[in-house]
Design a protein. Structure first.
Length: 524
């Protein structure tokens, strides 16, 4: 929310000047001020009450500071205010009902503070208001029906609060509305079926993470300027309308984690949406095969998720056309067949999730071409063959899960020594053989290492003592020999060298000293 420049009167502009300290109460003596812009600085303390003396004031921007205390109720005396921006501070208390007495106010920004209480019904008196943002506070109660009286309103942002009840029905009759963002609250009820007819200028509808129910309104296709539709984390049911393909500006379409039951045939129509960048369908009851038309989605798409549904069959090879993908999420389905896709066609890929399916064949070596990859999930499939050493080229990889497949051969030293691994390396439940490579000592930042239920042998290398960030180490179900044999099963750490749970037989203290791991505290 930016303040419009003031062409008349006295301005006080310190934006990005980086001064620190308190706002002086003497600011109230500058009676000719029309504009105060102290945004993006380091002011702290309270907003001085004396600001109410500035009767000519039109614009106040104190955003992105560290101001504390309550919002002065006497701001209502600044009757010429057009623009009030306190976004991103540390303000507390209620939103003063007195703000509803500012007859000329066009923009009100109080987002990203610590405000509590309910939204005052007096907000409905701000007949000139065009923008209102209370996002990311601790506001409670219901959204007052009086908000529906704001006929000039274009942007409403109430997301990330604790609002309850239904969205006022009259809100969906404000024909000038362009953005409605009420996500991450506890709202319930339905979205009116005629919303797209009554809000023809709508560009963004973000209602995710609430308790909304009912069908997805087909009339949304009448709002031809729509760019963002975010309905995830609700309880919407029914099918996904095919008419979304009629929205030429559509960029974001997300229905993840609802109760939708449909196939993916609507994707045939989304190929007309050349600006689409996010398609999120995870966690519904979608069934059927993945349509070939997925290959014809926008070349700009970078997030594609159909994970945790009931899809079967193969992934069409044509998805290689989506060369800008960063997130490729197909896990948690019943997909089958070998992974014949050339993943090198996605040079910007950051997350690849194909886990918990029924894929067969080998792990494609082309995954090694993904230098931006941070997370790779291939667990719980029927993959066989060896772990491709080419994974060593994934220099940003911090999670690697290949668990519960039929992988064989030794653990490549190139993979075991991949120092970028910092969260998880899970190769459990396979048929891997040979020793644990000495390169395990290079995993100095790894938190979880699971090599259990394989056919590994030899002695556990003492270099494992260099893995000082480990919190969970599981090596059970193998055939290790030597002085470690028969007593190490599972260790859980809270920090380097401190275990909270362990399941040993024999003398664990001897084991630790012999293998260079720091002393620990027993908790039985």
């Amino acid at each position: 929310m930016r303040s419009p420049p003031s062409s008349q009167g006295c301005n006080l502009d310190l934006e990005f000047s980086r001064p620190v300290g308190f706002l002086s109460p003497h600011i109230g003596n500058l009676s000719f001020l029309r504009r105060i812009d102290f945004g993006n600085n380091s002011f702290h303390g309270k907003i001085p009450q004396q600001i109410d003396r500035l009767h000519r004031l039109q614009d106040i921007d104190l955003s992105n500071n560290s101001l504390q205390g309550n919002i002065p109720t006497n701001l209502s005396r600044c009757s010429n205010l057009l623009y009030l921006n306190f976004i991103d501070n540390k303000l507390v208390g209620n939103i003063p009902a007195e703000l509803g007495s500012l007859p000329k106010l066009e923009a009100l920004g109080l987002a990203k503070n610590n405000l509590t209480g309910s939204i005052p019904a007096s907000m409905g008196n701000l007949s000139s208001l065009r923008q209102i943002s209370f996002r990311r506070n601790g506001l409670q109660g219901q959204t007052p029906e009086e908000i529906s009286q704001l006929g000039s309103l274009r942007i409403l942002r109430f997301g990330e609060n604790n609002l309850i009840g239904e969205i006022p029905y009259g809100l969906f009759n404000i024909s000038n509305l362009e953005k409605v963002e009420v996500d991450t609250n506890q709202l319930n009820g339905i979205i009116p079926s005629d919303i797209g007819l009554n809000l023809p200028k709508l560009r963004s509808l973000q209602i995710s993470d609430n308790r909304l129910i009912g069908p997805i309104p087909i009339s949304l296709s009448n709002a031809s300027a729509l760019q963002q539709i975010a309905f995830e984390y609700n309880d919407f049911s029914g099918s996904i309308p095919k008419v979304f393909g009629m929205l030429p500006e559509l960029e974001i379409l997300s229905f993840a984690l609802n109760q939708l039951q449909d196939d993916l045939s609507f994707i045939d129509y989304l190929t007309n949406c050349s600006n689409l960048i996010i398609l999120g369908l995870r966690g519904n009851f979608l069934r059927g095969t993945v349509p070939i038309s997925m290959a014809n989605l926008s070349k700009n798409i970078h997030f594609l998720s159909v994970a945790d549904n009931q899809l079967y069959g193969a992934i069409p090879i044509g998805v290689e056309n989506l060369v800008n993908l960063r997130f490729f999420l197909f896990g948690g389905n019943y997909l089958t067949g070998p992974l014949d896709i050339d993943f090198g066609k996605f040079p910007r890929l950051e997350l690849l999730d194909l886990g918990s399916n029924k894929f067969t064949g080998k792990i494609p070596s082309s995954i090694g071409n993904l230098s931006f990859l941070t997370r790779l999930y291939l667990g719980f499939n029927d993959l066989h063959g060896s772990i491709p050493p080419s994974l060593e080229s994934c220099h940003n990889l911090n999670e690697l899960e290949l668990l519960h497949n039929n992988l064989s051969g030794s653990i490549p030293t190139q993979v075991m020594g991949l120092s970028s691994l910092s969260v998880t390396l899970d190769l459990s439940g396979n048929a891997l053989t040979g020793p644990v490579p000495l390169e395990v000592g290079l995993l100095t930042n790894l938190q979880r290492l699971d090599l259990s239920d394989n056919r590994l042998s030899g002695t556990i290398p003492n270099t494992i003592g260099k893995c000082l960030s480990l919190q969970i180490l599981d090596l059970h179900g193998n055939s290790f020999q030597g002085e470690t044999s028969g007593f190490w099963c599972l260790a859980r750490f809270t920090r380097a060298g401190h275990f909270t749970q362990q399941f040993f037989r024999g003398n664990p203290r001897f084991f630790l000293s012999a293998y260079g791991i720091e002393p620990f505290e027993f908790v039985f």
